[in-house]
Design a protein around this ligand. Structure first.
Ligand SMILES: Cc1cc2nc3c(=O)[nH]c(=O)nc-3n(C[C@H](O)[C@H](O)[C@H](O)COP(=O)(O)OP(=O)(O)OC[C@H]3O[C@@H](n4cnc5c(N)ncnc54)[C@H](O)[C@@H]3O)c2cc1C
Length: 383
């Protein structure tokens, strides 16, 4: 994907990530999908190349780049043909650690950012719980202040990078909400692996995104140093709401770039495969379907780029981000369905990447805010 929103620097960055993905990622994704895990060496390599700190301040070892650099990273990682690899990386770079630069103290940044940027510490975001996902105000994990600690008790569900992660951005309740303001009383914490009372209770088995590890986490009287409160006590929901715009944009970027790759793979297949004496690419029914999919993708891309541009400029863009997330992830699923169909039986075989994309992309109308939740957000701003 390229368009007028990107500069020459972005184009250079894109080129270097694309070469890296082709040479050092794509050849291994099948093994990582089978293992359900990405090797630690991969994280360190990403760190060494500077890809884990594109936007972070240079004083901590980051690249000091802008938000569109992260969009480039998302688009190019999604081309590796493993949704799980791209998802894991973007959870680290965009869906968790940016909260640290946005809300962290200097001491927290000095302590954690260098290891996040180098790939020594892999990050996870832990909001969802077994009993609630979309309804964040219903979070039940408690954090009780006791002298120099907050003591966490509760569990978290579906946490990406949760099994093998090192640093968890955890949302917990520090105070009660009220019937009028249910979202009050939530706070965010930086929780390191290895704290007493913090365990990975399960590695979850799932339909797609298989290279990314997904965990259920348990906190039983887990003492988190008070210095690891992230941002303001009781303002966690507001902080989360702000960060979720970035997460949703990145979900849209990953879904869309993966879909563009799947369409490219499908076009190549249609050219190669013959039926009834000519390439499938000669069949008007299939040609028109390709035209429709390419048009839908382009419409979604423009919506995503518009929202990304607004977000990068620091403008209020909740409606645009929600529309972009809704439309792009639904379009990507449509592309996946048709891409498998146009591959015929081979589309159902694991050796063909569209099979994996079909499973991976199913996540994107669910995670980072479901399509129904996106519609609720959009409607609330219209009605
Ligand atoms: C593979 C995977 C990775 C994930 N990674 C993470 C992660 O790293 N960190 C994290 O915190 N979470 C993560 N999640 C959780 C994800 O964000 C949630 O699954 C998602 O927000 C939906 O919440 P839920 O599963 O509780 O569904 P529910 O909220 O129970 O929703 C169930 C259904 O009801 C619909 N619904 C809910 N409310 C409404 C409403 N008001 N109006 C209409 N329909 C509604 C939903 O759209 C959905 O269709 C992950 C999930 C998966 C599957």
């Amino acid at each position: 994907m390229t368009a007028g929103i990107f500069s020459d620097e972005h184009a250079m960055l894109r080129k270097s990530i694309r070469v890296f993905v082709e040479k050092e990622v794509a050849p291994h994704v099948r093994a990582w999908e089978d293992a359900g895990q990405i090797p630690r060496t991969f994280w360190r390599r990403l760190g060494a190349l500077g890809f884990l700190g594109l936007e972070f301040p240079t004083e901590y070892g980051g690249g000091g780049g802008d938000f569109l650099s992260s969009v480039v990273l998302g688009e190019e990682m999604a081309r590796c043909r493993s949704g799980g690899v791209a998802f894991s990386v973007l959870v680290h770079t965009d869906m968790s650690s940016p909260w640290l630069t946005r809300f962290g103290t200097d001491a927290q940044k000095r302590k954690y950012l260098p290891r996040i940027i180098s790939g020594e510490s892999v990050c996870a975001l832990a909001i969802t719980e077994p009993g609630t996902g979309s309804d964040m105000a219903a979070l039940a994990t408690r954090a009780e202040r006791r002298s120099d600690d907050y003591v966490l008790t509760g569990s978290k569900m579906f946490i990406t990078n949760g099994v093998y992660g090192d640093l968890y951005f955890v949302a917990a309740r520090t105070g009660p909400g009220s019937p009028e303001r249910r979202h009050d009383g939530l706070s965010m914490f930086l929780v390191e692996r290895g704290l007493p009372g913090f365990t990975v209770s399960r590695k979850l088995d799932k339909m797609g995104m298989r290279a990314s590890d997904t965990a259920e986490l348990a906190f039983v009287e887990c003492p988190v140093p008070a210095a690891n409160l992230l941002g303001t006590e009781g303002r966690g929901f507001q902080q989360l709401a702000e960060g979720l715009q970035r997460e949703r944009l990145m979900a849209a970027v990953l879904a869309l770039s993966g879909a563009a790759q799947a369409l490219e793979d499908t076009i190549a297949y249609l050219r190669e495969r013959t039926a009834f004496g000519e390439p499938l690419a000669a069949r008007q029914a299939l040609r028109h379907r390709v035209a429709d999919l390419a048009t839908e993708l382009e419409a979604a891309r423009q919506l995503v780029y518009r929202a990304a541009t607004l977000y990068a400029a620091g403008e209020e863009c909740v409606t645009e981000v929600s529309m972009a997330k809704l439309f792009a992830t639904e379009v990507a699923n449509h592309v996946a369905y048709d891409a498998v169909q146009m591959h015929g039986g081979y589309g159902y075989m694991r050796e063909f990447p569209v099979e994996g994309f079909f499973r991976d992309v199913r996540l994107w109308t669910i995670a980072s805010g479901t399509s129904e939740v996106m519609r609720e957000i959009i409607t609330k701003r219209l009605l």
